[in-house]
Design a protein around this ligand. Structure first.
Ligand code: ZN
Length: 375
């Protein structure tokens, strides 16, 4: 298995999935600083894991937490210091991990002779296992993301078990910066063992930027981009056309025909846009608008606009330009620096300027749709 190369500008590395599940392995106090089996910088993965979990929720996926949940006396403690005794402070999830966001919590190592490193050995309060959850997906293509503590023990066991417990429709993906190892050496060995078994090693930024995979949106607001019929309705530019934009574009066409502009959009609100808007959804929306360009109806509407003296405002040459000039490509990407979406586009001013209102209005619309879905 060669090293995974993320194609920055090409096709998705692993393609589109029907469903996504993230497993956060043992992110518990005893495995973090101050705990009885502390992993160096263990708690530092919490924000990375939460970012992934939010993305999974946005994609209507499933968040699963596993926890070591040992009895006070167990042969497991012949090998290890006492840790994660059920109900103790050390067994609690690390601050920042909200158990309420989990669809399922799997407890493991509850027997008096049971080690249970793997999340596949865990059971929920209603006796479900990780295998049950995956089997419920049937033949759907499932992305199984693995994060947590520690890379060289329970994370490794869980990831390797995922390979032996699932069929070809499940891709196992290790999110390497959302996990920590007891030691760097054994951590790296564990990662290469995982890779040899066909587990993909990616970073959380790779996941959030949706360059590795996208998830077919199951429950989508009225913008059901998944259906071509619905996409047709969306591609209307006229929805975003305003008179001011047209006169500005016309001015650029007449007087600055060679001027190029770059438009970059950052979210300046308090909310992280990515918690509400899928990058893949935004990209396909803008691609669909770009593919269509101005429709016949839109061009006739513009042609029909008249000034107070009854003359046409826009010349035939300008209309011809709009009819024959494609809108430039818009790129939607994840910027790890700001931990949010950045949207940019560049091209000749007269045509590129149309994107400004289109992008603003569509992002706002999708934000509110996502917001209504998330809250
Ligand atoms: Zn244990």
């Amino acid at each position: 298995m060669e090293k995974v190369e993320i194609q920055r500008n090409g096709e998705l590395l692993l393609g589109e999935f029907d469903d996504v599940i993230v497993v956060g392995v043992d992110i518990q106090n005893d495995f973090c600083e101050g705990g009885s089996l502390a992993i160096p910088d263990g708690a530092s993965i919490v924000p990375k894991f939460n970012g992934i979990a939010k993305w999974v929720k946005l994609n209507n996926g499933t968040v699963i937490l596993t926890r070591d949940w040992h009895p006070e006396k167990t042969t497991h403690f012949d090998q290890w210091p006492v840790h994660c005794v059920s109900g103790s402070r050390g067994a609690e999830f690390t601050p920042g991990i909200d158990p309420g966001m989990a669809d399922l919590i799997l407890s493991k190592g509850m027997g008096s002779t049971e080690d249970a490193y793997s999340g596949f050995q865990g059971r929920s309060a209603d006796n479900q296992t990780l295998s049950d959850v995956i089997k419920q997906r049937g033949s759907k293509r499932v992305a199984l993301l693995i994060c947590g503590l520690a890379t060289d023990y329970c994370v490794k066991s869980t990831a390797l078990d995922a390979i032996s417990n699932t069929d070809g429709n499940v891709e196992v993906i290790a999110v390497v910066d959302a996990m920590k190892a007891v030691s760097e050496d054994t951590g790296n060995i564990a990662l290469s063992q995982m890779q040899q078994k066909g587990i993909h090693l990616v970073t959380s930024a790779d996941i959030l930027s949706e360059k590795v995979l996208s998830v077919h949106r199951k429950v989508v607001s009225p913008d059901a981009l998944v259906s071509p019929e619905a996409e047709d309705k969306l591609e209307d530019i006229s929805y975003d056309l305003d008179y001011y934009k047209l006169t500005m574009s016309n001015f650029a066409f007449e007087f600055e025909p060679d001027t190029e502009v770059t438009l970059t959009f950052h979210n300046r609100g308090n909310q992280r846009l990515m918690d509400y808007v899928g990058i893949g959804n935004l990209q396909s929306l803008f691609d669909s608008i770009q593919r269509r360009g101005f429709s016949h109806e839109e061009l006739s509407y513009i042609r029909g606009l008249r000034n107070s003296r009854g003359n046409n405002i826009f010349s035939d040459a300008y209309l011809e330009y709009l009819a024959n000039t494609p809108l430039p490509k818009v790129n939607v990407r994840y910027d790890p620096e700001i931990d949010d979406v950045v949207i940019d586009t560049a091209g000749i001013w007269a045509i590129t300027s149309f994107w400004e209102t289109i992008i603003m209005s569509r992002v706002n619309e999708m934000y509110f749709q996502g917001y209504m879905r998330v809250i």
